[in-house]
Design a protein around this ligand. Structure first.
Ligand code: F0G
Length: 485
């Protein structure tokens, strides 16, 4: 018996879900279709049984026509000439998103919901998932910091951050800190959309396989929406902070013997067989939510696209999502040029890198090993989507060793910003690409820090204070600090 049918008669929660799905499903989603990345077959965006793959086995990509709200026309920006850094065509879109970003952070009294404009995902809802505000499950998420950290774009108040630019050899570097999301990683951006979709479907249970962050995010959003969260984790391979989140937020937490790739394989079977809604980035709607990382950073840069976007790469959902966001922003005239994307893999978990080196002629999964447990993935699900992104953005794929990752992490930590190990792969990769002359020292670069420092407080961090406990006297302190009498 499926988990859905177990609770089907039960509580007020399930009746409420049924109402939401019945009322909102048809009109909200008819404009959406799903196209197979491998063979091009097109399916409706909403079928009775959720579809995660094409019949050929390929992964799916959401397609839709973007519609500006009817009342929206550009009332400023129209004096700019095409020679400006932002093209004319996207003026109405830019104005819409800029107006929403400045709306006051208040709760709507009539509906008891925080206005979706306050979410760094739903602010861009026409480009993400066009559903009514009442359907949305949001914390809200996004609105994460973009830290200037280059040699030239760091003023004296950020002198400690400048060492990051010095380490990479970059004059104009920004760090987009996705660890500042509600559960401490970028996963919340895809999860708010995935769980909203689950709610529209009337799902009672949602599941994922995870290296830790997706599971923490799923657990939180499932709890909020009154659904059962089920997470499959590779036993003994999850950082403590992430495991604690899944358990504390109340997800059914299942450890499996084996690695992430085995857990991923299993959860797809479980979801298809037991009617649980799958919330890995195999689910194309998760990818739509993660596009907002790209949209938000463009907005923070006043719609002047950077030259490069550098990010850590594991299952390749984020590479796919951010690349897609840039492509769509370019098509809509929000930005003038496509940033180049640099995906950085750990050297022990590098199937995308190896394939890139062979001009994508071959693809071979690997048995993954790396200290950066979040990207310890040997058979990435979104390989085909991410390949398209690298090709169309004239991007690159690079690999970095565990030593390089930990050296970069130490610099980010010491600057006072901090991140989890996998995130530091972005800085390690940027440094390497600058040293190779692929990224020029004076190019504008955004590196994505994907997870919060506290997610993994074990790896690469001193675990105890050195030296003995002092007597609580001024004399003892002076001696310890080696201050002269
Ligand atoms: N950085 C962090 C902190 C991650 O948690 C992940 C993926 C990645 C980078 C890689 O992103 O998969 O989109 O290429 N974590 C997944 C998880 C797999 O289960 O939390 P990707």
């Amino acid at each position: 018996m499926g988990i859905n049918s177990v609770d089907s008669d039960a509580s007020g929660i399930s009746r409420e879900h049924d109402q939401v799905s019945n009322v909102l499903r048809p009109e909200a989603l008819t404009a959406i279709s799903l196209r197979c990345v491998a063979c091009g077959t097109v399916y409706p965006g909403f079928e009775d049984a959720p579809r995660y793959r094409c019949d050929c086995g390929g992964v799916l990509d959401v397609e839709t026509e973007f519609q500006l709200p009817t009342q929206q026309t550009a009332t400023h920006d129209t004096n700019h000439a095409e020679t400006d850094l932002t093209p004319l065509a996207g003026a109405a879109w830019r104005q819409l998103f800029d107006e929403r970003a400045t709306s006051a952070p208040i709760w709507a009294l009539s509906t008891d919901t925080l206005l979706p404009d306050r979410s760094g995902v739903w602010r861009y809802r026409e480009l993400i998932l066009p559903v009514p505000a009442s359907a949305i499950v949001t914390r809200p998420e996004g609105n994460t910091g973009l830290y200037p950290a280059g040699l030239e774009n760091c003023d004296d108040g950020r002198i400690g951050h400048r060492q990051i630019g010095m380490f990479a050899g970059l004059e104009r570097l920004f760090l987009k800190h996705e660890g500042e999301n509600p559960t401490g990683s970028f996963k919340d951006r895809g999860m708010t959309v995935g769980v909203t979709m689950a709610r529209l479907r009337g799902a009672k249970a949602v599941a994922c396989a995870s290296t830790g962050n997706t599971s923490a995010s799923l657990a939180s959003y499932a709890a909020q929406a009154g659904m059962q969260g089920i997470v499959f984790l590779p036993a003994g391979q999850i950082a403590g902070g992430k495991l604690a989140q899944s358990l504390a937020y109340g997800a059914t937490t299942i450890q499996i013997e084996g690695d992430f790739d085995a857990a991923m394989h299993l959860v797809e079977q479980v979801c298809n067989e037991l009617g649980v809604y799958l919330l890995n980035s195999l689910n194309p709607f998760r990818v739509e939510g993660q596009k907002s990382i790209g949209l938000e950073l463009l907005q923070q840069l006043d719609w002047q696209a950077p030259d490069w976007l550098v990010l850590p790469a594991g299952n390749l959902g984020n590479t796919s999502a951010i690349g897609k966001a840039f492509r769509q922003a370019h098509q809509l005239g929000l930005i003038h040029h496509l940033p180049r994307i640099a995906s950085i893999q750990a050297a022990g978990a590098n199937p995308f890198y190896t394939s890139y080196k062979q001009k994508f002629a071959h693809y071979e999964p690997v048995h993954a090993h790396t200290v950066a447990s979040a990207i310890k993935i040997g058979d990435p699900v979104s390989y085909a989507r991410a390949r398209k992104v690298i090709e169309e953005s004239n991007g690159v794929v690079e690999q970095v060793t565990d030593e390089e990752i930990l050296a970069a992490k130490a610099v980010i930590d010491r600057s006072g910003i901090g991140c989890e190990p996998a995130s530091a792969a972005a800085l390690a990769g940027a440094k390497k690409l600058v040293a190779q002359g692929v990224i020029r020292r004076d190019e504008r670069v955004v590196a994505v820090l994907t997870g919060h420092f506290l997610k993994d407080s074990q790896t690469g961090i001193p675990q105890s204070i050195t030296g003995q406990a002092l007597k609580p006297t001024l004399e003892a302190v002076k001696k310890a600090l080696k201050l002269q009498e």
